[in-house]
Design a binder for this molecule. Structure first.
Ligand SMILES: *Cc1c(COP(=O)(O)O)cnc(C)c1O
Length: 346
């Protein structure tokens, strides 16, 4: 099976599994797991932030970050197509008493400053209003095709947020994809944020985990909230050890994924009955539509699966394909051949 549904299907390499056996472990709730200490130190450094913390998932990383920034009864400004708003079970409302204020998402993943501005009440002293306490942006933007937010835009958001006296959190689940796509270090992106979470378990191909970075005081709050949410982990070095290996190999790995995504998008754009805009593929995510009248997205996905390719619908009838370490250039060619075959049936 050619697995294109998500980069979360990546499996740990032999080297990663061996690292788990070798690495020193301890109780991380006592802060005595040396492997966790190592990855937290390394990641803080790489992102140019004071501190970092290992989290069990991206969802908890975002939730704990939002709760650390936002008082109860305040509003978090999120994109209406963001992972935080759509896929995270409303955690900030349920656990944090925080209101999600969904802001329209542009096709390139940006939230317009003028739209953010509208979320602020004219009279901040009027006790009737819930006040915005955080802006969340997503980079790369999953539901908007893995698009990368430009640094100039990040700067605009930061200037706006500072003027309004609130912080910026970046859901950077795929931040390394963003950095590699624009040829910058992650610290050059992270400098425009107060906090950022990224996933170890996506393109990086580690089996489990996410990290949050920010200043010391903020990470201390996240640490407490992580414990409250049940995310304090004991010998968490078994999560950190494979992730350390993933971080060392990140650049060469993700570059390949981006090349494969471009290859796929270009091929798809040439197949009659499929619509794909190659020019919007910045990273490892490809969206396309089936416009052939004999299929809808459901029947096309079924036919693809019967022929050995796994893909999935991801909002508004669009089909998503994600490249990752388990996908080779040959797999992309096979996928394109299979799709062509499906279109030539009947
Ligand atoms: C996957 C993802 C998350 C959540 O990560 P989990 O580890 O699956 O909880 C958050 N944001 C974005 C953009 C993602 O792609």
């Amino acid at each position: 099976m050619i697995e294109l549904r998500s980069d979360t299907f990546t499996l740990p390499t032999r080297e990663m599994l061996e690292a788990i056996i070798q690495t020193p472990l301890g109780d991380d709730i006592y802060q005595e797991d040396l492997t966790v200490r190592e990855i937290e130190g390394l990641v803080a450094n790489v992102f140019g932030k004071e501190a970092a913390i290992l989290m069990p998932s991206g969802t908890m990383a975002n939730l704990a970050s939002i709760m650390a920034h936002c008082p109860r009864g305040s509003k978090v400004l999120v994109g209406n197509e963001s992972d935080i708003y759509i896929y995270e079970a409303g955690g900030a409302s349920v656990c944090g008493g925080i209101i999600y204020d969904p802001i329209p998402t542009q096709s390139d993943g940006r939230l317009l400053i003028e739209d953010l501005m509208r979320a602020f009440p004219e009279d901040q002293d009027d006790p009737q209003f819930a006040l915005p306490s955080l802006i969340c942006i997503e980079n790369t933007h999953n539901r908007m095709g893995g698009r990368v937010l430009p640094l100039s835009y990040l700067n605009e958001v930061q200037v706006f947020a500072r003027r309004r006296g609130i912080p910026v959190h970046m859901d950077g689940a795929r931040i390394f994809n963003a950095a590699i796509a624009i040829g910058k270090n992650v610290s050059e992106i992270a400098q425009y944020t107060d906090s950022l979470q990224f996933c170890l378990s996506k393109g990086l191909s580690a089996p489990v985990g996410s990290m949050v970075v920010g200043n010391k005081e903020f990470i201390k709050k996240v640490y407490r909230i992580r414990k409250m949410l049940g995310g304090g982990m004991r010998q968490a070095g078994i999560i950190a050890a494979p992730a350390l290996i993933a971080l060392k190999q990140v650049e060469s790995r993700l570059n390949k994924d981006h090349i494969h995504a471009k290859q796929l998008a270009k091929g798809l754009s040439l197949i009659a009955g499929i619509e794909c805009d190659e020019s919007t593929v910045d990273t490892n995510i490809v969206y396309f539509r089936v416009v052939d009248k004999r299929y809808d997205w459901k029947t096309f996905i079924e036919r693809a699966k019967e022929n050995g390719v796994n893909i999935a619908e991801l909002g508004h009838g669009r089909i998503r394909a994600v490249t990752h370490s388990g996908i080779t250039s040959k797999d992309i060619n096979s996928t394109l051949e299979i799709f062509k075959g499906i279109m030539q049936e009947h």
